[in-house]
Design a protein around this ligand. Structure first.
Ligand code: C5P
Length: 232
């Protein structure tokens, strides 16, 4: 898979999702299905979007004992998603079990990406609530290394971290970066943002873009602008 723009379909129903996707006549953007939509509609939403010809990043961020994650990943793999994820905090052993579960009898599997520290976690909450005293940047890089050792394909990270992740884990280790905004757009609740062009320059492999596309007056034009800045 090469560089691509992934649209975060953060809708609470299939009807809203399809009304959105119906605007893309002829184009089949890569879409992200998160917890909200998946828990609202269940696995059928994945099958239906897949049947329409879209690639799917199923963003459910698994984190449990290795055996449970392995079995859950086997189920997600049968849904034929293209990319899915888990929390690196579940440990290397959990990540290895996830890969085993995801791998189909023919040896193929969806890409598997790790969440390191959530961008909503800051140094203070990490120290106070998780009792992790190292600098958060070191924690993120360490989790990325553990994910790579476990055989994962990459990490979700801020576009600001993508370059460092590539330095530490290699260019082939994929970086999937949310927090993307147009230079002339609303930042909303994202704190550290980058334009699609900057994310390209810094080496992100995939950008995840939600509201700058889903809430745009012309979502197709906004998507095309992202592709023009990031991919072309
Ligand atoms: O609307 P917006 O472009 O901010 O959407 C970004 C998407 O990426 C949302 O689905 C959000 O949950 C997700 N995400 C994020 N920051 C992270 C991890 C995921 O914004 N660190």
């Amino acid at each position: 898979m090469g560089k691509d723009v992934i649209i975060a379909c953060d809708f609470d129903s299939a009807a809203k999702t399809f009304a959105f996707l119906d605007q893309f006549t002829g184009k089949k953007p890569f879409v992200k299905i998160g917890m909200e939509l998946y828990y609202a509609e269940g696995p059928s939403i994945v099958r239906e979007i897949k049947a329409r010809g879209h690639k799917i990043f199923l963003d459910l961020k698994l984190h449990d004992i290795p055996n449970t994650v392995k079995k859950a990943m086997a189920v997600l793999s049968r849904l034929d998603v293209d990319m899915t994820n888990l929390h690196a905090a579940g440990t290397g052993r959990m990540m290895e079990a996830a890969i085993e579960g995801l791998t189909r009898p023919d040896g193929t599997r969806p890409m598997l990406i790790a969440v390191t520290q959530l961008t909503s976690t800051d140094q203070e909450s990490m120290e106070n609530d998780l009792l992790i005293k190292e600098p958060i940047a070191d924690v993120v890089m360490h989790y990325a290394s553990v994910a790579k050792s476990a055989g994962l394909d990459g990490v979700v990270c801020s576009p600001l971290e993508a370059g460092k992740v590539h330095e530490r884990c290699g260019e082939g280790f994929v970086t999937v970066t949310p927090g993307v905004r147009f230079a002339d757009g609303d930042v909303g609740d994202q704190k550290r943002v980058m334009t699609p062009a900057e994310a390209k320059r810094i080496g992100s492999d995939y950008i995840v873009v939600g509201r700058p596309i889903t809430a745009a007056a012309d979502p197709v034009a906004a998507y095309e602008r992202c592709v023009a800045e990031f991919v072309d």
